[in-house]
Ligand binder design. Sequence first.
Ligand code: RB5
Length: 146
Amino acid sequence: MKIAIGSDHGGFKLKEVIKNYLIKKGYEVVDLGCYSEESVDYPDYAVKVAEAVAKGEYNLGVLMCGTGIGISIAANKVKGVRAALCHDGLTARLAKQHNNANVICIGGRTTGVETAKDIIDNFLDNEFEGGRHLRRINKIKDIENS
Ligand code: RB5
């Protein structure tokens, strides 16, 4: 499992914590920036991670900005990306089981470290359920291709 992680300045501190958490859990993690708390623009990092996931270079993307909102909006503009802004373990579990999200987004200024770890665990420890959920994902693909 290869994971690409990225953030803007608002998500930088949480990105560092979650990056190390994922590495400790044995995942291969590549950090696509940013690399400090200097102000940057979240779409630049959203597109780096989202395109890498869409191309199949990574199995999962993890993105953070201050709220997770801007970076999820931007990531979802990349064809093939299903970016889910998760606020807790439940939204993360359902983002995998129902939406088969391939990018998860977390707010660095709105989500605490322990909740962020719970989000990661719930996402990674669950499986996509398929069935009616696959039909709905295929309808999203139809929108992308229309
Ligand atoms: C940056 O100040 C902030 O706007 C950004 O991190 C994010 O919260 C946007 O959605």
